[in-house]
Design a protein around this ligand. Structure first.
Ligand SMILES: Nc1ncnc2c1ncn2[C@@H]1O[C@H](COP(=O)(O)OP(=O)(O)O)[C@@H](O)[C@H]1O
Ligand SMILES: [Mg+2]
Length: 157
């Protein structure tokens, strides 16, 4: 496709009309949840994935989550505690991540790596026979000690 044709199609998207809405409906399945920054749905084109839409301006949660995944993906200890991220849109408002399943509260582990400060039940789920965090936008910077060290988890929510 020529660059000009691509520009013309992009302009049609920017003008609104039926294309953006149609695309949204084509890729978006059942709503799985929402938090302060994202709304999350099943991804219609692959039911092992979710699509996360940023709903809160200037929070950049999708971008931070993507960056955290890029940084930790080769960390053998920590990456196994994260729901993998697969794609992010050019402006970061849409993120595709592996879908986790809810798990009973009794099954949450007593200990998790020190890296994680967010121990809200809803931010964790079950994926490939283990518990993972699916909301890790705000891991922040880690100071002091070994971030993989297991510490007591104070689950809430
Ligand atoms: N990877 C996922 N698989 C299944 N459900 C998810 C996933 N990510 C998020 N959710 C659901 O969507 C909710 C909001 O997503 P979350 O990442 O916590 O966004 P926020 O930053 O707004 O808190 C979660 O509490 C959870 O119910
Ligand atoms: Mg959350």
């Amino acid at each position: 496709m020529s660059e000009q044709a691509k520009t013309e199609i992009l302009q049609m998207f920017r003008d609104g009309g039926s294309i953006p809405v149609d695309l949204f409906q084509m890729v978006t399945g059942r709503r799985l949840g929402g938090g302060t920054t994202r709304d999350v749905f099943e991804y219609r084109l692959d039911d092992s994935l979710v699509i996360k839409y940023e709903t809160n301006a200037r929070s950049f949660a999708n971008v931070m989550e993507w960056e955290a995944w890029q940084k930790l993906t080769y960390d053998r200890e920590l990456s196994k505690w994260l729901a993998p991220c697969h794609h992010i849109s050019p402006c970061g408002s849409i993120l595709i991540q592996s879908k986790t399943e809810p798990l009973p509260r009794a099954k949450y582990p007593k200990k998790i790596p020190k890296l994680f400060h967010d121990t809200k039940y809803q931010n964790w789920g079950w994926w490939k026979k283990r518990i993972v965090c699916h909301d890790y936008a705000l891991l922040g910077t880690f100071e002091g000690g070994n971030p993989s060290r297991l510490v007591n988890a104070d689950w809430w929510g």
